[in-house]
Design a protein around this ligand. Structure first.
Ligand SMILES: [Cu+2]
Length: 365
């Protein structure tokens, strides 16, 4: 790192510490002083991170993020259920309406009509009751009807269908919050590039622990993907090893996560709550054990959570926290042990940028 970047990051950290945020209230101003002379030297990458760490502690004290309990679960599969899960996104609600009010009635009527025709032919025109077959080959009226009516039915279906398709692939607005979900064998990481680029590592919660806490086994995770409610999100997916697929049925969302590519789709949750999903592309031995848990929070609670992870909100300078990518590489080991691995890495390297990443990822254990 060169010295000008170091100086810039020092001022960035200083600004952060002086910012009049309630969550910073407990940061001890005395700690700002000793850092000043050190920060000017090129080899000192530490001081802004000490500041970032203190911000995390302050946030944890004043306005701590507490993961939602099982009473807030909204989207999850139910034993013996039939049909779609209840929908908590606009596209999902529209799609569910289209399925229930348009597709299902049309399918039912057509199936019954064809069944009736078949029964009529079987009963009325079998060899016994109708020994001498008619030699009729054409009937213009019937031919026009059986061409025009299906075309009209397709037209009726096409209108809401194309509308839904367009809405699903609408480009997110410029002020959308960007979240990048990366699939690994076999866990997910969530990066928040608009908020200081911190990373959350999300592993399945052990089944007995999840059940003891009242969460669905094999769906609950140690660190959820936290999103702001009623806010357009630019959800990007990619993968680090093989193809995975990010899918949350109750939010009408499924997008493949392909190594070397970024896929992107707009994502919006209408209500605070917990929404469960799973990797939906066969990706190896533990494909079934890399669930997705989305926690939607009101905007202010989301921002408090971001700060507690060492991230930034709005125009706050990002400082050195943008280098959290290293945390991800440190965790690139066995899937189950990823989060633990990062924590131990952080203990040994408190003066490294990884420390902030681990602080973010290790909060819930
Ligand atoms: Cu997968």
């Amino acid at each position: 790192m060169n010295s000008s970047k170091s100086i810039a990051s020092f001022f960035a950290a200083l600004l952060l510490m002086l910012a009049p945020q309630a969550v910073f209230a407990q940061a001890n101003p005395a700690n700002i002083e000793p850092m000043a002379p050190e920060a000017a030297t090129p080899q000192n990458d530490v001081s802004p991170l000490v500041g970032a760490g203190e911000r995390g502690d302050a946030a944890a004290g004043a306005d701590a993020y507490v993961p939602m309990g099982p009473e807030m679960i909204k989207g999850q599969p139910e034993s013996g259920a039939f049909g779609f899960q209840e929908q908590y996104s606009k596209d999902g609600q529209y799609a569910l309406w289209m399925h229930n009010a348009i597709l299902l009635p049309i399918i039912t009527v057509i199936s019954l009509f064809v069944l009736a025709l078949l029964l009529w032919v079987i009963v009325r025109y079998n060899r016994k009751s109708h020994p001498k077959p008619s030699r009729t080959t054409h009937n213009t009226l019937i031919e026009v009807i059986w061409t025009v009516v299906p075309a009209l039915i397709l037209l009726v279906i096409a209108v809401p269908s194309i509308r839904l398709l367009a809405s699903q692939y609408e480009a997110p607005p410029a002020d959308a919050v960007t979240i990048k979900a990366t699939g690994y064998q076999w866990y997910w990481t969530y990066t928040y590039p608009d908020n200081g680029d911190f990373e959350i590592i999300s592993n399945m919660m052990p089944e007995d622990e999840a059940e003891a806490k009242g969460f669905p086994a094999q769906l609950e995770v140690d660190n959820r993907m936290v999103v702001p409610v009623n806010t357009p999100i630019r959800l990007q997916t990619t993968a680090a090893d093989v193809i995975h697929s990010f899918a949350v049925p109750s939010l009408w969302f499924k997008l493949d996560a392909v190594p070397g590519r970024i896929n992107e789709r707009i994502f919006q949750v209408e209500e605070p709550g917990i929404y469960y999903g799973q990797c939906s592309e066969l990706c190896g031995a533990r494909h079934a054990y890399m669930p997705i848990a989305v926690e939607a929070l009101p905007r202010d609670r989301f921002e408090a959570w971001v700060r507690a992870q060492g991230g930034t909100v709005g125009d706050e300078p990002a400082g050195e926290t943008v280098e959290l990518g290293e945390g991800a590489e440190a965790a690139d080991g066995a899937g189950e042990d990823a989060a633990d691995g990062t924590e131990s890495e952080a203990e040994g390297a408190e003066n490294d940028t990884v420390a902030v990443g681990a602080r973010g990822t290790g909060r819930r254990s």
